[in-house]
Design a protein around this ligand. Structure first.
Ligand code: THU
Length: 135
């Protein structure tokens, strides 16, 4: 099972691949899945700015492509020293695969220093998920 250091390294490696020429805000995300896989993603921007993809969403897409669908831990690496917390849309996407109880979320800076340790449930309280859909 991967430890946090491995996840941080994977998030930093992904961040180095970010395509963020418009915001200059490269982000990397690495997920540990319930079957022990480490999958990563980076943000990918576009000249039509609103069409950009977040690192977390791309990591989730990679996770699904690898046949996994349960997030056990997510590490997000942002640039500089500001805490790069996931945007609202990404919180919802993480919630889908971390479940109602949530999973640990660790935010690091571009050097891998831990800036915040929280959980997906804390980031999105009273969340809406599959359990809230009526039949
Ligand atoms: N970004 C992410 O990749 N994840 C987030 O949760 C917050 C924002 C990206 C999107 C955009 O490419 C850049 O950071 C600036 O918003």
């Amino acid at each position: 099972m991967a430890d946090v250091k491995q996840l941080i390294d994977a998030a930093l490696e992904a961040q180095a691949k970010a395509y963020a020429p418009y915001s200059n805000h490269p982000v990397g995300a690495a997920l540990l899945t319930s079957d022990g896989k480490v999958v990563a993603g980076c943000n990918v921007e576009n000249a039509a700015y609103p069409l950009s993809f977040c690192a977390e969403a791309n990591a989730i897409g990679n996770m699904i492509m690898q046949g996994a669908n349960q997030i056990k831990h997510i590490v997000i690496a942002g640039p500089g020293t500001h805490v790069c917390t996931p945007c609202g849309g990404c919180r919802q996407q993480i919630r889908e695969f971390a479940g109602q109880a949530g999973a640990p979320v660790t935010i690091v800076d571009h050097k891998g220093t831990v800036l915040l340790e929280t959980t997906s449930a804390e980031l999105l309280p009273h969340s809406f998920g599959p359990e809230n859909l009526s039949e």
